[in-house]
Structures are given as C-alpha cells and as structure tokens.
Ligand binder design. Structure first.
Ligand SMILES: [Fe+2]
Length: 340
C-alpha cells in the first residue's frame, strides 16, 4: 500500500494515551513518533518529514491548537488532527472551520474509525505534497518569474502599471483592481502622514501586490466554481512568487515584504507564513484591507459585487481578525469621506 511508509507524530501529555496509540498501529509499517509535549513534538517536526500530526488539545503549556498553529509554519502540508474531549468540542470545531485542522477525534475513540481517519489523512498529505512538488517544479513559472523580473528592471511607474495590467488581463474579473486600490492606499497614506518615499513604496506595492499571479494558470484564476484544495494551494503561491519577482529587482526590494504579506491576517491565520499583528509591515496590513475592499465591491468569478455599505460592515466585523483594527477604522473613515 502506498501509505505504508508514512510517518505519524502523536503528541499527548499522558503516556497511557501514547501507548494506546502505538498499540493501535503496531501491525502497520508506519513510523510512529510520540511526544509528551507540544515543544517536543515540534522538534520532531523540524527534523523530519511527518505525514500526519495528531495532538491532544488539553495539555499543560501549549494546547493542541497552539501546537497546530506553530506546526503549520514548519510543515504546512502535514495533516493536522486534534484529539479532544466532548467538553472542548466547540473550540475544536471553530478551529476546523478556520481550515487549519483536518479532523478531530473524540476521546475515547473507536479504534477502526481512528485507523480510517489516519489512512485518509496520509493519502491527503501525499496528494498535497505531489501538488506542491509538481507546481514548484513547473519550469514555465520559473521562466515567467525571470521574464517579469527582467521587464520590471529599470521600469518607471508608468511601465510598472502596464506590467501590472498584464496580470489583470489574465484575471478577467479584476480589471482595474490595482488602479482602484492605488487610490485608496493613497488616502490612507495621507491620513498617516507618510513621507514621499513611504507613499511611493506603498503605491508601488499596491500596484504590484498580485504580480505573482502571472505564474498561476489562467484556468485556475478564472475558475467559476469553488476551488479544489490543490487549486487553492497553487493560488496561494502567488504571494511567494510575487515576492520572488520583486526581490530580483533592486529598485523593488523595498516592497517585497508588502507583496509577501498581503494575504497574512492580523490574527495570524493568513498565508504564506502565518505572521500576525505588527510582525506584518504596516504597508502589508494596509494593502490587505484595500485589496479585500476592492475585491468585495467588484464582481468575482464566484460571486457578484457587494454594496459599499455591506463591505464596510464586513471590514468592521473582521477588525482584529483578518485586519488591523486601527487601520481598518481609518480605512472605513476615508472611504466614507470619499463617498460623501
Ligand atoms: Fe493576492
């Protein structure tokens, strides 16, 4: 069986539980790693490939959710499962809805069910790895990164806008997205009394924030239906690829962090690195708000445009979660002022 050589990591502060889990898989070829704390488990994860991580939720020190949050930064493809008691189910379900956990297993578990969940998780991990590998090894996107980086070298602002347009033309639904965003970020730059250099960098960052989409197949960018897990994994590469492009252009090195961070969330639940709060540059946090506002007030492949008022309500409700609370307040204010 393809999954025979998988490595499983179990984290629980109770030795008896770890022993029970080991017994459960004694007849398989899986490599079983066990750890009595989150810290010990994360050390394993740093040193070897783990297909599936199963952690208890209630532990002294790091909870299971804390462990998973850190584990995702180290091994984003590893499948995360949480062991929980009935009393903790609410918090677990919320975490599953955030998309960070594959499944939860309630203690005491049913042996057969436990084994099936693990087998399915291993298969999912193998699929994830294959998708990432296939994508990373695609030569076309590497050539595309070189091509765009060369074009951007020595480009003036007008040329930069034209290059950003080429990305938008591939992505039918976002025509003029960058130009509209530029307007909004400049209003915020005024409120924040940015220097001319800071303002220029913010505007260049806003214009080029999605430049990495040049490496994403059009069939995925313009897909009308919901994305599969694999397609979403590919889409998520655009912030990394965008940052790779600008990092190769000396004059654009200053905006590379903004591009890398434009899908990070204030609460640490975004991508690509799960950064949170002030770890994300102020410009990255501003671009994230302006990007979301513009996306929601315009048609997308999967939904129609929402009204400005509705979108401002959504921004308000995401304060402290997806978005920086102070910058969101400021953004809402500048949009209201602009519309009156
Ligand atoms: Fe983006």
């Amino acid at each position: 069986m393809i999954t025979d050589c998988a490595t499983l990591l179990f984290i629980d502060d109770e030795e008896n539980i770890l022993k029970a889990v080991k017994r459960l898989f004694v007849e398989t070829e899986y490599k079983i790693l066990t750890a009595l704390s989150g810290k010990e488990g994360l050390d394993y994860l740093r040193n070897e490939k783990v297909n599936v991580l199963v952690t208890d939720q209630r532990m002294p020190g790091m909870t299971g959710l804390d462990v998973i949050r850190e584990a995702l930064k180290i091994a984003p493809n590893t499948i995360m499962i949480i062991l929980t008691a009935y009393s903790d189910i609410d918090v677990t379900i919320a975490a599953i809805n955030d998309g960070h956990i594959y499944k939860y297993i309630v203690k005491p578990w049913d042996d057969e069910e436990f084994k099936t969940i693990i087998e399915e998780a291993i298969e999912l991990n193998i699929r994830r790895d294959k998708t990432t590998e296939a994508y990373v090894q695609t030569l076309e996107y590497k050539e595309e990164i070189d091509r765009i980086a060369n074009k951007l070298r020595n480009a003036d602002f007008k040329e930069i806008l034209a290059i950003a347009d080429t990305v938008e033309y591939r992505d039918n639904y976002t025509i003029d997205h960058c130009r509209r965003m530029t307007e909004h970020v400049q209003l915020l730059a005024d409120k924040l009394s940015f220097t001319k250099e800071q303002r220029d960098a913010l505007v260049r960052g806003a214009v080029l924030h999605d430049i990495g989409k040049i490496t994403i197949p059009v069939s995925i960018l313009n897909k009308a239906g919901p994305l599969t897990f694999e397609e979403y994994t590919i889409i998520k590469h655009h912030s990394l690829n965008g940052a790779e492009i600008t990092s190769r252009v000396y004059d654009l090195n200053d905006i590379t962090p903004f591009i890398l961070e434009h899908h990070e969330h204030y609460d640490g639940k975004g991508y690509s690195h799960g950064m949170e709060g002030d770890e994300i540059t102020r410009e990255g946090r501003i671009i994230a708000i302006a990007d979301a506002f513009d996306a929601m007030t315009n048609n997308r492949p999967y939904r129609s445009a929402m009204t400005c008022d509705r979108v401002l309500e959504i921004l308000e409700s995401e304060k402290g979660r997806q978005f920086d609370p102070d910058l969101t307040d400021m953004f809402i204010q500048v949009v209201r002022e602009k519309n009156t």
